[in-house]
Design a binder for this molecule. Structure first.
Ligand code: ADP
Length: 396
């Protein structure tokens, strides 16, 4: 049997999944964290249900891949799929990686200074360790390259777009695409006939207007800071807030950007946590700031969904996905309640069981808006894309 290795590489982390292209099952998956520090470690989980943790003091990405090779035993890898955050305007689809592609990803470094260099470290290390097989880059931004100019342009001098490519790109493309395709299967309708809004709510959050299978607008922009309220990211703010806070805090712009990325969102408002589970529990205990954070999160989500509807003729379904979207009943309930202008009405029993029956539906039969829960699987999309380039049997 042959497998595809899927790699999602951060500057000090490496997430991997070894997927059987015949059935899409993850044979082994794991996460290496705190790389290049004395606490570096790799946690590995096997499909049989066993798992273990290996300390790898001071290991970097190469050493982790070495360890993964060791864990794989006799499993044969036929291709490696890499998650790459930013493909700019250059990459409208997944590509097989060669020197030119590496240069292209590097050229997008300015657009994603935290992510693309880290993704490249993973690509280069993996190409060294798995030199015999094809490597494929799958971009978070590629799905959104179908957005029309009215959705992707900022209303700033056009020359700044032309010269610096300062525009909206959007992220989480693999997830939006996957859940839109899954929703079409659930609804038993061709994706090409559906107008959908997908809400990926994890640590990062974004929503997307998917019209006939293509992204027509999304909430994230030049960077993943724009749009919805997230775990530690503010989402939309007045652009003048940067200047205002920089003066008050006697900080530079980078300092304010860091606050908006790392100290804001659910964590910033609640002062307690960026984790939705913790906040919902705290709301139950009467914590007012946690309640405020959840309230702002759900209101802003509903407001963005209504904004995205301008890209569609109708909303055939709203899809919740990601750690929060798939699991947080109160977030879905409040968001649906905030969409009453569309006549949305929740089926409390279906919402309670996370839409696991009635084909993912969480709204009533007579609701003016159909809302579904559809679990995402970004690794599977990357494996499928990689398989496509290997001319293997497509992953089902
Ligand atoms: P990432 O964006 O890193 O892939 P996930 O999609 O795993 O993140 O989502 C992480 C978020 O999901 C966290 O905010 C976490 O609180 C939330 N989450 C996970 N399980 C639950 C749950 N049962 N109830 C509420 N929130 C949950």
């Amino acid at each position: 049997m042959s497998f595809i290795l899927v790699i999602n590489c951060g500057s000090s982390s490496l997430k991997f999944s070894i997927i059987d292209p015949a059935n899409g099952e993850a044979k082994i998956q794991g996460l290496a964290e705190r790389l290049s520090s004395p606490e570096a470690k790799l946690k590995t989980k096997f499909s049989e249900g066993t798992s273990h943790e290996t300390a790898l003091p001071n290991a970097g990405h190469l050493e982790v891949l070495e360890e993964i090779l060791h864990e794989m035993g006799s499993l044969k890898i036929v291709g490696v799929g890499h998650r790459v955050v930013h493909g700019g305007e250059a990459f409208k689809d997944s590509v097989r990686i060669n020197e030119g592609v590496i240069q292209g990803i590097d050229d997008c470094r300015e657009l994603a200074p935290l992510h693309n260099p880290a993704n490249l470290i993973g690509i280069q290390a993996a190409m060294q360790k798995f030199s015999e097989v094809p490597h494929v880059a799958v971009f978070d931004t590629a799905f959104h390259q179908t957005m029309p100019p009215r959705a992707y342009l900022y209303a700033i001098p056009y020359g700044l777009y032309e010269q610096y490519k300062a525009r909206r790109y959007g992220f989480h493309g693999t997830s939006h695409r996957f859940v839109a395709e899954e929703a079409a299967k659930l609804l038993q309708k061709p994706l090409e006939e559906l107008h959908l809004i997908t809400a990926h709510l994890g640590n990062g959050c974004s929503a997307c207007a998917v019209r006939e299978g293509h992204s027509f607008d999304t909430t994230m922009g030049l960077t993943p800071l724009e749009g919805l309220v997230m775990g530690t990211r503010s989402g939309d703010v007045d652009p003048n807030l940067h200047d205002f806070l920089a003066r008050r805090l006697n900080s530079d712009l980078a300092g304010v950007t860091s606050i908006l990325n790392r100290e804001s969102g659910l964590l910033g408002i609640s002062g307690l946590s960026n984790d939705m589970r913790t906040l919902v529990d705290a709301v139950g205990d009467g914590n007012a700031r946690a309640s405020l954070a959840v309230d702002v999160f759900c209101y802003r989500l509903a407001k963005s969904i209504l904004g995205l509807s301008a890209a569609l003729d109708r909303i055939d379904a709203l899809i919740f996905t990601g750690g929060i979207g798939e699991n947080s009943k109160p977030v879905r309930a409040r968001t649906v309640a905030n969409l009453r202008v569309l006549g949305a009405s929740l089926d409390e029993a279906l919402n309670e069981e996370n839409g696991k029956s009635a084909q993912g539906r969480i709204t009533n039969q007579d609701s003016g808006l159909l809302a579904l829960v559809v679990p995402t699987n970004e690794e599977l999309v990357i494996a499928r894309e990689t398989a496509r380039f290997l001319t293997l049997t497509p992953v089902r």
